[in-house]
Design a protein around this ligand. Structure first.
Ligand code: ADP
Ligand code: MG
Length: 633
């Protein structure tokens, strides 16, 4: 072996250093997961080699039969894990092992730095992976060689997990990777064959590559023992699978320590045959909003792992679903391009999504409490389905939950169906208001008339809700209507209400307000929305809601320029009545009314100082009027 032709030392990247500190010093209880991580890497490496070799057959040096071999040597205090997978070049090693490039891992480090008690489940969720070796080892070497490269192009990597690592050239006969752990004193229990067998069975039983274990403690140590059943659980009949087997499978697949919330296991027969075993976690993963990390569904073809690209198999709004889809009909030599194009994958996806939606529907009807857990954890992501999956729009609509004026708190518990069932007799629309928080929605002056007549209004405060209501448009032929837009057509409430008297003084007030607000409001008019507040802002029927304009603005997009709202004033309010009688300082009043209406939407003012100045000027007038009453004899 020609070792150390050149030998480079590198310090750890700061993030890795941080990660190592956490891994070594904070995660005592679940050290055993190091083996799961290393086996999963080995299995991935074999899967990748099989996949890549479909288009590059020369990568395989003869027959490929993937294997993961584990040797344990008690007197030598080592555990060695060897795979014959795709291996790594020295660039790969530096890139994959030497840096934490993946945003998920960065988030993990950020989330955990500075916390005292650390939830070791997180390690798996974030796929901290390789570095978990240092939970049990104080010395780790990697010997690896990329498949398709010459044996002399191997790499030797070595580290004590403290300051950095060294890399040197090596000759490695077999393509693949061998990782040797020098076990630390406090982890010597893992040098026991029985313990290792237990850990492999617990976390890696479903790995479809045989995992073999051998004790090399003595010269005449025993033979290789295959530890995992390597059985594809999803191909077995439901009746023969215990709850525990399902749960263990889920846990090893998702790295989640909790039981799943929901499970769906089905087999589709016919001219496109496949099995799906899918789970919905009971807690949202930390990376639910990390668009890059979407590896929830593994695709198998006749039990052979092909890819874990979720995008093609599960739409974005169901990205939290975990599991396996195994197709009998896809060709084994599918390439990534093929996966992108083939209609069969589309059909598998469509069928699976429909099944999932049906299952969710069932749960929502039979076990509202469980459904609520689902909604609280995943509702925000699920709502994306309204716009993303128009084919299933109606099915998705039934599954949506909202906060409402009939609910008790911010919890989203009201289904559109509940709403429609308790609509007023003559009510034709489903009313909603959007705002940037539940509190702003709930306290919005626009609700006043609806409260007075006991009409339910949905209170929408997730940014995505704006898109949800636009995407839905109607539910059971009832239009969804924003109560802050256009004419509410509430005549059905009070059909006998006398026509409003025209009053010249009111007309004059309105035209003066319009003039003062000519830059800020497209119109000023009297309202029927309000009972308690003096004024509110609305936009016309087809305009963007004020909330939506703010969302767009916050995300750096230009809101259309004709966005000025309409100011509606409440003639019953004493302030407005005062202005009808006495229009001194009307310009200040106009702007103050406008700004207050903005504040009551929970929004910030564009020019708060101007508001304060006008308010103070009006207050000063009031104060001096009062003091003049007192002082003047
Ligand atoms: P993850 O598996 O989530 O990507 P890891 O820390 O477990 O994170 O591994 C980092 C990377 O190192 C892997 O993505 C892979 O590219 C590489 N790697 C780790 N172990 C192996 C292995 N046994 N064979 C080939 N590549 C490996
Ligand atoms: Mg890994």
């Amino acid at each position: 072996m020609s070792e150390n032709q050149n030998n480079d030392s590198f310090p750890f990247q700061a993030e890795i250093q941080q990660l190592l500190n956490l891994v070594v010093h904070s995660l005592y209880s679940d050290r055993e997961i190091f083996l799961r991580e290393l086996i999963s890497n080995a299995s991935d490496a074999c899967g990748r080699l099989r996949f890549e070799s479909l288009t590059n057959p020369e990568m395989l040096e003869g027959e490929f039969s993937p294997s993961i071999d584990i040797e344990v040597n008690e007197p030598g205090k080592t555990i060695k894990i060897t795979d014959n997978g795709i291996g790594m070049t020295s660039e790969d090693v530096i890139e994959n092992i030497g840096t934490i490039a993946r945003s998920g891992t960065k988030q993990f480090v950020d989330a955990l730095s500075g916390e005292d008690s650390i939830d070791s489940q997180l390690i798996g969720q974030f796929g901290v992976g390789f570095y978990s070796a240092f939970m049990v080892a104080d010395h780790v070497t990697i010997r690896t060689r990329a498949a398709g490269h010459a044996p002399e192009n191997g790499v030797h990597w070595e580290s004590d997990g403290v300051g950095g690592y060294t890399i040197s050239d090596a000759t490695v006969k077999q393509h693949g990777t061998q990782i040797t752990l020098g076990i630390r004193e406090d982890s010597e229990n893992f040098l026991d064959v029985g313990t290792l067998t237990g850990v492999i069975k617990k976390y890696s039983d479903h790995i479809s590559i045989p995992i073999r274990l051998k004790d090399t403690s003595t010269e005449d140590s025993g033979d290789w023992d295959t530890v995992n059943t390597a059985s594809a659980l999803w191909t077995r009949s439901k009746r023969d699978i215990t709850e525990e087997e399902y749960n263990n499978f889920y846990k090893s697949l998702s790295y989640d320590a909790n039981e799943p919330l929901l499970r769906l296991h089905n087999r589709v027969e016919g001219n496109l045959e496949y099995s799906a075993l899918l789970f919905i976690p009971s807690r949202a993963p930390f990376d639910l909003w990390d668009v890059q990390r979407r590896k929830g569904i593994k695709l198998y073809v006749r039990r052979i792992f092909i890819a874990d690209d979720t995008e093609r198999l599960m739409p974005g709004y169901l990205r939290f679903v975990r599991g396996v889809i195994d197709s009998d009909d896809l060709p084994l030599n599918v390439s990534r391009e093929f996966l992108q194009k083939t209609k069969q994958v589309d059909r598998i996806r469509a069928g699976t999504v429909r099944k999932l939606l049906a299952e969710l529907k069932k749960v929502s009807e039979k076990d509202a409490e469980k459904y609520q857990i689902f909604w609280d954890e995943f509702g925000k992501a699920f709502k994306e389905g309204v716009t993303e999956d128009s084919e299933n729009r109606d099915r998705i609509a039934d599954l949506l939950r909202f906060a409402s004026t009939k609910g008790e708190d911010a919890k989203q518990t009201v289904a559109l169906k509940h709403y429609v069932d308790r609509m007023h007799e003559n009510q034709e629309s489903i009313y909603f208001i959007t705002a940037d928080s539940y509190t702003s929605a709930k306290d919005s002056p626009h609700l006043e008339i609806f409260k007075k007549h006991d009409i339910e209004v949905l209170l929408l405060s997730d940014p995505i809700d704006e898109w949800v209501v636009m995407g839905l448009h109607t539910y059971q032929e009832k239009q969804l209507k924003s109560i802050a837009k256009g004419d509410l057509e509430l005549n059905w409430l009070d059909p006998d209400k006398p026509e409003k008297q025209t009053d010249l003084r009111i007309d004059s007030l309105i035209s003066k307000l319009k003039e003062s607000l000519s830059d800020r409001a497209t119109d000023v008019r009297t309202t029927y929305r309000l009972t308690d507040s003096p004024a509110c802002l609305v936009v016309n029927e087809f305009g963007l809601s004020r909330n939506m304009s703010r969302i767009l603005k916050a995300s750096g997009q230009d809101a259309p320029s004709d966005m000025s709202p309409i100011l509606e004033i409440n003639l019953e309010h004493p302030l407005i009545q005062h202005l009808v009688e006495n229009d001194s300082n009307l310009d200040d009043w106009a702007h103050v009314l406008f700004d207050q209406a903005t504040l009551s939407e929970g929004a910030a003012l564009d020019e708060p100082a101007d508001y304060v100045r006008r308010i103070n000027s009006l207050l000063t007038d009031t104060v001096s009027e009062q003091s003049s009453v007192i002082i003047t004899p």
